[in-house]
Structures are given as structure tokens and as C-alpha cells.
Design a protein around this ligand. Structure first.
Ligand SMILES: [Zn+2]
Length: 259
């Protein structure tokens, strides 16, 4: 099987032109024009992830977060990023990224997370074109805020999350909004559309104050909640008839430890 089968599946399911303009998605290293030996799926292309991909004999890595994002001025192989690129090139490993196009696509990150949380009547949170958009909003529960938080932690398999709220924990949550990854830009839309709780990640101190001021309750679940990307991509590749070994990264670790 040729590597182009992976490209065909990914670009049909999660078209690259859905991605934001500032993003960098698609093939970032190597070529698909080679015999597919194995696929390694990961959130981040770290040195440990690449090592594991090499050990598993994969020659295509599919990642959610871009390896190459800002322009590189140099590739120094005694530094972290240059070393990662060197390892990939030496082992003929291609890196393919599906980032905001995966978040936005129908059946991508946000649809997957919304259905994992048991949301119903799921709609786009903020449109990016006539039919697509980032984040989802839908009916939920109702459950108390306290029970909602426990439910989300269980369903997304999280040890911890950060809560930003003025509301009491026994208030009911009926409308839930979610945007996997850094969703602080969509806080006004979550408030406008009536979310009782907005689930996202990467909230800064000042953004948290803005959320409190506008009366929006937010649960910061970090980027690591996006780990569900890994089994979802594997399942999609299998359904598309890709029959080489597909390895789920075991390296993805939340860089934050709650201490
Ligand atoms: Zn992310």
C-alpha cells in the first residue's frame, strides 16, 4: 500500500482548506510517495514520540499539533527541534498534520468531543464559512455544575481541570459549549449563544478575568483533552481500508502536572 492512501483519507475527511489561515497543516516533512510500513498517531511530534514511531517501524506520523509552525531560520541538530527533524529525515518518516481543519471538520475534534460528553442537538459554536465552524454547542443534562464537572472529567478521562465561575456549584447546566484546544477567542460567542458552561483550554489569567466579568462559566481542560484524536484517527484509517499497523502513541503526556 502506498502512502498516498493516507493522504487521500485525511484530505477527504478533514479538508486542508478548512484550516485557519494562520495555521500550518498537511504534509510537513517527507513524502507520501513511498510504501506504507506503519502509521503512528500522536498529539505532538516530540522527540520521545519520534523515537517510539521509529521503534514501531512506522514511516508516517499523523499529528494534531503542527511540528513546523513558525518559520525556521536554522535546523541545528544539536538542538531539540533540529534533532527531531534529523531523526525524521534519517528514518524516512513523513509527518502529516491535521490541526484546525480537524477541529472544524464535520466529524472532527469538536463533534467527537461533543458526542463524547453526551451533548444533543449539536450545533456549530462559531462559523468559519457557511457550513463549517469551530466549537460546538448543544443541549446537555441538565446536571448541576458540580456533577457536570465530574461527568466531563470522567468522559474525557482527565485527572484535573480548572474552573472559572461566579455561579454556585449547584446551579444547573443545560447548555454546554466546547472547543478543543485554545478556545478563549470564542468566549463571547459561547456567552452570546447561552452556554451555561464552556469547555475549552489554554485560558490565560487575564482571559479568565474577562470570562468572570462577562458572567461566563468556563472549564479549562487543557490541550491534553484532545488526546481522543488518537483513537479517532486510528478508527477512521481502519474504516478507510488502510491495513498497515497503526500505532497509538503512548508518549503523549500532559506537560502540566497538578502538584
Ligand atoms: Zn490543541
Amino acid at each position: 500500500m502506498n502512502g498516498s492512501a493516507v493522504k487521500h483519507y485525511m484530505e477527504t475527511a478533514f479538508p486542508k482548506d478548512l484550516a485557519y489561515e494562520w495555521d500550518n497543516v498537511g504534509l510537513q516533512i517527507g513524502t507520501f510517495n513511498q510504501t506504507l510500513r506503519g502509521i503512528y498517531v500522536t498529539l505532538d511530534v516530540t522527540k520521545d514520540a519520534v523515537k517510539e514511531a521509529i521503534e514501531q517501524g512506522a514511516n508516517v506520523i499523523i499529528a494534531h499539533h503542527p511540528l513546523l509552525f513558525k518559520p525556521l531560520n536554522h535546523i541545528l541538530t544539536d538542538q531539540y527541534k533540529g534533532k527531531v527533524i534529523e531523526m525524521l529525515l534519517k528514518h524516512d518518516i513523513a509527518v502529516y498534520v491535521a490541526h484546525t481543519n480537524y477541529d472544524i471538520a464535520h466529524g472532527g475534534m469538536n463533534d467527537m468531543l461533543a458526542s463524547k460528553l453526551g451533548m444533543e442537538d449539536i450545533k456549530v459554536l462559531e462559523y468559519t464559512d457557511e457550513t463549517h465552524g469551530i466549537g460546538r454547542i448543544g443541549a446537555y443534562g441538565p446536571k448541576t455544575l458540580e456533577a457536570t464537572i465530574e461527568d466531563i472529567k470522567t468522559k474525557l478521562n482527565l485527572n484535573a481541570a480548572r474552573l472559572i465561575t461566579n455561579r454556585s456549584l449547584d446551579k444547573k447546566v443545560k447548555t454546554l459549549a466546547i472547543s478543543g484546544g485554545s478556545g478563549s477567542h470564542h468566549m463571547a460567542m459561547a456567552k452570546f449563544k447561552g452556554a451555561d458552561l464552556y469547555v475549552t483550554g489554554d485560558i490565560s489569567y487575564h482571559q479568565a478575568h474577562d470570562m468572570l466579568q462577562m458572567g461566563l462559566s468556563v472549564l479549562d481542560v487543557g490541550h491534553y483533552a484532545e488526546k481522543h484524536f488518537i483513537p479517532a484517527i486510528k478508527e477512521g484509517l481502519r474504516e478507510a481500508g488502510i491495513d498497515v499497523p497503526i500505532h497509538e502513541s503512548t508518549i503523549n503526556q500532559d506537560p502540566f502536572k497538578t502538584v
